[in-house]
Write a protein of this length. Structure first.
Length: 101
């Protein structure tokens, strides 16, 4: 993953940032520069806190690793929707729940 950073002179440079998964990332969404979400293959959900990416576990969704996640969207911090093949999940504050198809 590359993060583009603006220098003091106004120029941009690409900085390589470690990603804690080898899964293909399919979608990104961010509420702020320290609140960015990414989803992808094999149920990958990762969060950027402004410093690093971390894997987000979703134990409320059995078999999550069987889903390719293709979309992520929210409208503010701590309010997130994730969609994938046969899956629609909603995260509100500290919970993640699955919607029935």
């Amino acid at each position: 993953m590359r993060r583009f950073v603006r220098g003091d002179a106004g120029d941009y440079s690409g900085v390589v940032v470690d990603m804690p998964t080898d899964a293909t990332i399919r979608a990104l969404w961010g509420a702020a520069d320290d609140d960015v979400w990414a989803v992808g293959d094999a149920g990958a959900i990762v969060h950027w806190d402004g410093t690093s990416w971390t894997i987000v576990e979703a134990p409320a969704i059995p078999g999550l690793a069987d889903h390719a996640l293709v979309a992520v969207w929210g409208w503010q911090k701590d309010e997130l929707w994730i969609a994938g093949e046969g899956l629609l999940a909603h995260k509100s504050r500290a919970t993640v729940t699955e919607a029935s198809p």
